[in-house]
Design a protein. Structure first.
Length: 114
């Protein structure tokens, strides 16, 4: 099982980024997928999750209305579209999923700063 995130970077406040997580080694379409983040000095927190078929999703209150999680089961990829970014969104973002929800990617850094 492998989860590989990409798409992080430096963005100004109010800007947008789209993160991607490419999955391999398991039947991607069968599993719930989620995004977490760890900000400096803080514990890792759930940002958003999406059901296996993509019909249901949930979000942390802090990102509702600004972030959108989606997935393409044909490409074995889950996305996190982030808009209206704030400095407090600065964190390492991780993809999580797979059998028993037991697998994590290596993380991708998102820095929101002017």
């Amino acid at each position: 099982v492998q989860l590989v995130e990409s798409g992080g970077g430096l963005v100004q406040p109010g800007g947008s980024l789209r993160l991607s997580c490419a999955a391999s080694g398991f039947t991607f379409r069968s599993y719930f997928m989620s995004w977490y983040r760890r900000a400096p000095g803080k514990e890792r927190e759930l940002v958003a999750g999406i059901a296996s078929a993509g019909g249901r999703s949930n979000y942390a209150d802090s990102v509702k209305g600004r972030f959108t999680i989606s997935r393409d089961n044909a490409k074995n990829t889950v996305y996190l579209q982030m808009s209206s970014l704030k400095p407090e969104d600065t964190a390492v973002y991780y993809c999580r999923g797979g059998p028993w929800n037991n697998y994590w990617g290596q993380g991708t850094q998102v820095t929101v700063s002017s």
